[in-house]
Write a protein that binds this ligand. Structure first.
Ligand SMILES: O=c1ccn([C@@H]2O[C@H](COP(=O)(O)O)[C@@H](O)[C@H]2O)c(=O)[nH]1
Length: 232
């Protein structure tokens, strides 16, 4: 499977997003999340794809099954490379989402978010969720994969154990912080690109370490080289 760096386009509008993309001399794997999508709507995805870039549409659907299915149907025509939902939306929501993609013969990868990488164990306690964070990620991951997900969004810290316990899946890991940047921002379960590669991540998601770098293109190249160097 091709491994890649997915660049999070967490911008407040299309002008900023296009200005950023213009810095790249090649097609890249992008992630369009709630901030940009809710501001610009589906046309932002169409335009980024028209420019040759891949798109992970990171809207994290989390609702009753019928509403999740409607959301999946609504984004089908965008033909994105990845789309996702929150696994606590439940088995029925996930099974139906996968069926909709399969029936449409879509090649979109369906991912489920386990536990956000900004969370640690005490955040689970605040939500009255018992058990260790690793166990919660594993049980959500198992439920999601059994229900038909192609892959999981989790921390790179969990990938090795998850693949050992649940078998192979597409592991997409945000919370990536290059050496020296751990503990920055709101991310709690972080790893460097090299650690993520060694742990078995298939795709790393990187936002601020690239976006806020003095030279985003250089930062992207360095992160990609570090991630792919570890490939076996
Ligand atoms: O568990 C999750 C799920 C999604 N994300 C998203 O990834 C990027 C990370 O951005 P950074 O600036 O590199 O922290 C962001 O768009 C999140 O919405 C995540 O971080 N964790």
């Amino acid at each position: 499977m091709a491994k890649d760096v997915i660049v999070a386009l967490d911008f407040s509008g299309k002008e900023e997003a296009y200005e950023f993309l213009d810095k790249f001399d090649q097609a890249i794997y992008t992630k369009v999340g709630m901030e940009l999508f809710y501001k610009e709507g589906p046309d932002i995805v169409r335009e980024i794809k028209k420019r040759g870039h891949k798109v992970f549409l990171d809207l994290k659907f989390h609702d009753i099954p019928n509403t999740v299915w409607g959301a999946v149907r609504s984004v089908l025509d965008l033909d994105v490379d990845m789309v996702n939902l929150h696994i606590p939306a439940g088995k029925k929501a996930i099974q139906g989402a996968r069926e909709i993609l399969d029936q449409a013969k879509s090649s979109t990868i369906l991912l489920g978010v386990t536990v956000l990488t900004s969370m640690e164990e005490e955040d689970l306690r605040d939500l009255s969720i018992q058990g260790s964070l690793k166990d919660v990620v594993k049980s959500y991951g198992k439920l999601g994969l059994d229900a038909g997900l192609h892959g999981l969004v989790c921390s790179a810290q969990e990938v090795e154990d998850l693949k050992k316990d649940l078998g192979n899946f597409i592991a997409v890991t945000p919370g990536i912080r290059p050496g020296g940047q751990a503990g920055q921002d709101d991310q709690k379960r972080t790893m460097t690109p090299a650690q993520a590669a060694k742990a078995g991540s298939d795709y790393i998601v990187v936002g601020r370490p690239i976006r806020n770098a003095q030279d985003p293109l250089e930062a992207y190249r360095a992160i990609k080289a570090e991630f792919l160097k570890e490939e076996v």
